[in-house]
Design a protein around this ligand. Structure first.
Ligand code: IMP
Length: 470
């Protein structure tokens, strides 16, 4: 699939940003690469799908290492829009292999739906998809439990305060919980094996989940017979795609293939390093790559951090720069900020560089992709949060990865001039309006990292890519 015209804007390979208005002299950690990771630097929906899609052409294998069908990656190719949840975005290219690593929780029914939907649009990804035999299965009863727990926490079944997380109800938390609990967990390798032991496992999981659902006050109960039938169907459809992906990936590297690791969800939702407990249940940051794929930590050569030009969040949890006003509404409407997975309106706010600096540090980011810059067109001025005021009146430029601490901070903003004028898709960075260039320069200097990609619309062609990424 050919890429559209991509504009280069003068970041040379030594990592010195040399564009007309670029930040000269910034020391970049960008180096010649083999294996790349792409990770969301905020609370998700940064546009990772588009960046993975663009970078896929330079790689051979695209690998998912975390999350499940809670993720939603939208890729626009010409007239067609693809919304992918479980399958790596690389599937849209012919000849690219896609791997679902052991760190992912797989809803096989959803995966088959996704494959069928791609097939109906002329993309046959089945033979290029490999699923880890150690990836855990998301059962219907995990989804029931996810919903029942959310209802319980929302106070509808006796709890006094709304403590719900606002999950996607895709069964992610309960599936990872079973993985750690162990006894009721079922892996893709078990699905492939089938037989009496699988029947036993399914019956045990159903029994346990029925107890849990009853204790949460839910009337729903899993049906082991239906699940067994589902498993027989899934095994027929997916059985031969389930392999030991750890050896497969090590073999790929031995054959000089280039890997692209595609992070799902995003860094501030990382279960260990995000705004706990308002996070998802996996390690979404690059720290999840080794455990979620079986590749050593040193495998990745280049990390590309994806950042929206502003900030959004779905679900509950602290969000210091949230705008509960007409500006937030304007960003939501212009950015079409409604969830790909659930359709929920996203909370919107100004860019929080305290948060992004933290996630760049955590993930070892080499280069930033600044997405959805077009959404900020037409504002008289734009604001960027560069530090927080703490409840005791002191200030800090460090992020607080804890929901109680973060709820108490007040953002301190820099106000920058806005910009307007026609959006010229064929322009380079140096042709952008003054305000937009100033905004990008400010981000680079605050983060101490180069911006390697700028997106000004959903299409592949509406992208400017620096030399170090192409
Ligand atoms: P869960 O992953 O369904 O358990 O949801 C936990 C939290 O993470 C909720 O606030 C979700 O809205 C959020 N979340 C999970 N995946 C994504 C994503 O891909 N984009 C944005 N938010 C997400």
């Amino acid at each position: 699939m050919p890429l559209g015209p991509i504009q280069s804007f003068g970041v040379d390979f030594q990592g010195r940003v040399a564009g007309a208005d670029g930040l000269t002299g910034t020391k970049s950690r960008v180096e010649p690469r083999m294996h790349t990771a792409v990770v969301g630097l905020q609370w998700g929906d940064e546009g990772k799908g588009k960046v993975v899609d663009l970078l896929t052409a330079q790689h051979d294998v695209v690998v998912r290492y975390n999350g499940g069908a809670n993720a939603g990656h939208t890729v626009v190719v010409g007239e067609d829009t693809y919304a992918l949840h479980l399958i790596p975005s690389g599937i849209l290219y012919p000849d690219i292999e896609c791997v679902i690593g052991n760190g992912v929780v797989v809803d096989p029914g959803k995966l088959i739906e996704e494959l069928d939907s791609l097939r109906s649009r002329g993309i046959d990804g089945q033979q290029r998809l490999f699923i880890s035999d150690r990836a855990h299965v998301v059962l219907d009863s995990h989804k029931m439990l996810d919903g029942a727990l959310e209802e319980f926490l929302a106070g509808r079944s006796g709890s006094k305060k709304n403590r719900s997380i606002g999950t996607t109800r895709r069964g992610i938390g309960p599936a990872y919980a079973d993985k750690v609990h162990r006894s009721a967990a079922i892996r893709m390798g078990d699905l492939k094996r089938g037989g009496d032991s699988l029947r036993d496992q399914i019956e045990l999981a159903c029994e346990l989940h029925a107890h849990q659902l009853a204790s949460l006050g839910s009337p729903e109960r899993p049906d082991p017979k239906r699940i067994l039938d589902d498993f027989a169907h899934w095994s027929d459809q997916l059985g031969e795609r389930i392999i030991d992906t750890t050896y497969h990936l090590h073999d790929a590297i031995a054959q000089d293939k280039k890997l692209l690791f595609e992070g799902a969800n995003a860094c501030l939702l990382d279960v260990d390093h995000g705004t706990y407990p308002f996070v998802t249940s996996s390690n979404c940051s690059t720290l999840g790559i080794p455990a979620g794929t079986g590749m050593p930590g040193r495998t990745v050569d280049t990390v590309i951090g994806i950042m929206k030009a502003y900030a959004t969040r779905v679900g509950a949890g602290p969000f210091p720069t949230e705008l509960d006003d007409a500006v937030g509404e304007r960003i939501r409407e212009r950015g079409h900020e409604y969830g790909t997975t659930t359709g929920r309106p996203r909370r919107c706010g100004w860019l929080d560089l305290v948060a992004v600096r933290y996630t760049c540090m955590l993930c070892g980011v080499d280069s930033i992709a600044c997405m959805l810059l077009d959404v900020l067109w037409g504002f008289e001025e734009v604001r960027v949060c560069t530090s927080y005021r703490l409840p005791d009146g002191s200030t800090t430029d460090r992020f607080l990865p804890d929901s109680i601490g973060l709820s108490g901070v007040e953002p301190i903003y820099e106000t920058l001039p806005g910009w307007d004028g026609p959006i010229n898709e064929d322009c380079g960075r140096e042709d952008l309006p003054d305000g937009a260039r100033g905004y990008l320069d400010f981000i680079e200097s605050t983060l101490g990292l180069p911006i390697g990609l700028i997106s000004i619309g959903p299409e592949r062609t509406q992208t400017m890519v620096a030399d170090h990424l192409v």
